[in-house]
Ligand binder design. Structure first.
Ligand SMILES: [Zn+2]
Length: 288
């Protein structure tokens, strides 16, 4: 009884797997009696022993298996690309940031080398909560290089949010208090937070409070952040009042200052106790 059922099932399997697999150039192997592929000359059928009986079932010849594998790889690459695109559209809050990549960058420039090293050594930087402070005058390429870092990490599927305080303030403007907290918490779901152009937001009590909250939450999360700003380092290092001090102190503690727009980059890099980060960025840590 069971044998009959099994027979029936096997018969169906046989029909299903052997049906339609024969193509014009295919031929029977005289020795084995199995169907061979006319293209790659490997088996398109194999013998299976089941409950003491031998059955012939279809299988993939080499070229069909290769084709399937190619198809699978293509599909995977497409999915991967789509995933990166989604991450970019969530993480890059300004369309212009999309074009800021190391491919378009003069990587012989010292600051670009630091930025590249930051990406290469990101896992160490992440563990140390080490960020960067790109400071210098307008038009010196701070945003561009910060964008290069953001894009390079997003390409590696590391969640990055690149935004600015005006954008954050704008988003918060329309929210109720519970949603505000949720929004603020969402900023720390990103492995790296890049805040572009700090200091262009209007210096009101509300703004300062919000800027402080964002920086303080980030600081407490232990995750790295990158700030770009036109504010001069001596001001960041010696804030005029307590409200600015509590913001700048946290930034100075976690972010290695990198000067843009001057001649003597190296002397400006890394003040305070950032020896490890400094060594990594300048390449002194590289084992040759
Ligand atoms: Zn074949």
């Amino acid at each position: 009884m069971i044998k009959a059922v099994v027979d029936e099932v096997l018969k169906e399997m046989e029909n299903a797997t052997n049906e339609g697999i024969k193509e014009v150039d295919d031929y029977m192997d005289t020795e084995t009696g199995l169907l061979m592929c006319g293209q790659c000359h490997t088996k398109k059928q194999k013998k299976l022993s089941f409950l003491g009986e031998e059955r012939v079932v279809g299988c993939l010849c080499r070229c069909a298996a290769e084709k399937l594998e190619k198809e699978r790889a293509r599909h995977e690459a497409e999915e991967n690309l789509m995933h990166i695109q989604q991450m970019k559209s969530a993480g890059l809050q300004d369309r212009t940031f999309y074009g800021y990549t190391f491919e378009r960058c003069d990587t012989s420039q010292e600051n670009a080398i630091y930025a590249k090293r930051y990406v290469e050594h990101f896992s160490e930087m992440m563990q140390a909560g080490q960020g960067l402070l790109f400071w210098g005058n307008v038009g010196t390429g701070k945003t561009f290089l910060a964008g290069c870092i953001a894009n390079a990490l997003l390409e590696k599927k590391i969640p990055v949010l690149m935004t600015s305080f005006p954008k954050i303030l704008n988003a918060l403007g329309g929210l109720y208090s519970a949603e505000r907290n949720e929004y603020l918490a969402s900023l720390n779901r990103y492995t790296l937070l890049v805040i572009d152009d700090m200091g262009i937001e209007r210096d009101t009590q509300y703004t300062l409070e919000t800027v402080y909250t964002v920086i303080d939450e980030r600081y407490k999360s232990g995750k790295p952040f990158i700030i770009t700003t036109n504010i001069q380092l001596d001001i960041l290092g010696n804030p005029q009042d307590l409200e600015h001090a509590r913001i700048y102190d946290r930034i100075m503690e976690r972010c290695m200052p990198v000067f843009f727009g001057g001649k003597n980059y190296r002397s400006e890099l890394g003040q305070g106790n950032r020896d490890t980060a400094k060594k990594i960025l300048t390449g002194l840590n590289d084992t040759v």
